[in-house]
Design a protein around this ligand. Structure first.
Ligand code: UDP
Length: 373
């Protein structure tokens, strides 16, 4: 067969790109090295509950175009993310808001909370934050940093907060109202029936071949000689450094290990979908209780403990570590990518960016527009 596009990776980026290209009359063929579609948003049913197998995914966006786009493929529920943080037996609401400050200092009013934070920041004399620690301290002061940020962040990234870029913490809003909604975006929810079904719906009738890595696929296809399929272009959504055989060296990623448990006969384990453990000494960063993402009423529950880990070859990469050194290395790979005339690179791994789902979709839609121009 002759296809316009070979799409490597059946995650959100690849699926949206394939769908829109097909709609524009281009033929697409999708492959994935895993035996399932949906990439890291993959969910699987267990005890009637959609389990987020590669980490919890909460859809949220301020982009109306993306929100309307995704609604075509699933109905979204009205889940609002309000994580709770545990630090030495004390519970605090996230994101940092009046509930958090009131618990931490016994304050009641925004003025009291602001005064408390200002008093802590004043002594620090940070003018222009150079790293995550300085950024956090200059935003929230010492107490919140020490109790709710430092340990969690250092566990998650496996690095000292002084060696991490400040932008990571910009994801954590600070507000002076009693509002536990983690995200500030106007649109938020979880697709009813799970993300796998959503991605399957996006892919529709586009041919997909699972369980084969890109290089093996190429070898196998070339081996078919005159019978081989041909592809006008490739969209590659895997790791960009792997694509180039790590020729400039490895980019760094964080990986995760998940410990999943079915608790039979327990209908509610922690009373919330997400509970963060912000102490350095607790080896996991959070416990997810999946049923609460969908207001589940099953008699049992499924929980997952999330353990951050350093990535090494063969592990699943989850988070690009966008510090200066890695970004500089990525720029060299991106320059090589520019020269691959018939290959496009997209997604968290292909573009080495800490993208949320909505950004992935927006980037895929933009790429489609550029391609069709
Ligand atoms: N963070 C933190 N304490 C928390 C939750 C988050 O310090 O209890 C910081 C931490 O630096 C983390 C960043 O906020 O890397 C983003 O966290 P989030 O949970 O939004 O990241 P996700 O893994 O969901 O992308």
């Amino acid at each position: 067969m002759k296809y316009d596009y070979l799409i490597v990776g059946a995650g959100l980026f690849g699926a949206v790109f394939a769908r829109e290209m097909q709609k524009a009359g281009k033929s697409c063929f999708v492959i994935d090295r895993r035996n399932v579609v949906a990439g890291n948003v993959y969910t699987e049913e267990r005890a009637g509950i959609q389990v987020h197998k590669y980490g919890a995914h909460i859809f949220h966006t301020a982009n109306k175009r993306v929100w309307e786009y995704i609604q075509q493929f699933a109905e979204f529920n009205h889940y609002i993310n309000s994580p709770v943080a545990v630090y030495k037996e004390q519970l605090y609401n996230l994101p940092f808001n009046m509930n958090t400050f009131s618990k931490m200092w016994g304050v009641k009013t925004p003025a009291e909370a602001k005064a408390k934070i200002a008093e802590q920041i004043d002594g620090l004399h940070i003018v222009e934050p150079q790293n995550l620690e300085e950024q956090a301290l200059s935003l929230v002061g010492t107490d919140v940093y020490e109790k709710l940020i430092k340990g969690y962040t250092e566990k998650q990234w496996g690095r000292d907060c002084r060696e991490l870029p400040a932008f990571i913490i910009k994801r954590l809003p600070l507000r002076f109202v009693y509002d536990n909604n983690y995200f500030t975006d106007p649109y938020q929810g979880i697709p009813k029936g799970g993300y796998t079904k959503l991605v399957e719906k996006i892919l529709g009738d586009i041919p997909v071949r699972l369980g084969i890595a890109y290089k093996d696929f190429q070898k196998e296809n070339a081996g078919r000689g005159a019978e081989a399929d041909t592809f006008g272009k490739v969209l590659y959504t895997g790791m960009i450094d792997e694509y180039f055989d790590y020729s400039f060296g490895e980019l760094q990623y964080r990986s995760l290990r998940f410990e999943e448990e079915l608790l039979t006969g327990c209908d509610n384990y922690q009373g919330n979908a997400v509970v963060n453990y912000t102490e350095r000494e607790v080896p996991y960063t959070r416990i997810i209780e999946h049923k609460h993402f969908e207001f589940g009423t099953q008699p049992d529950t499924v929980i997952t403990k999330e353990y951050p880990a350093e990535w090494k070859r063969g592990d699943e990469p989850y988070y690009p570590i966008n510090n200066e050194q890695n970004n500089a290395l990525y720029a060299r790979y991106a320059a090589l990518a520019q020269k691959e005339k018939n290959v496009l690179f997209g997604g968290r791994l292909g573009q080495y960016s800490y993208y949320d789902m909505d950004k992935v979709i927006a980037a895929a839609l933009d790429m489609v527009q550029t391609e069709l121009r």
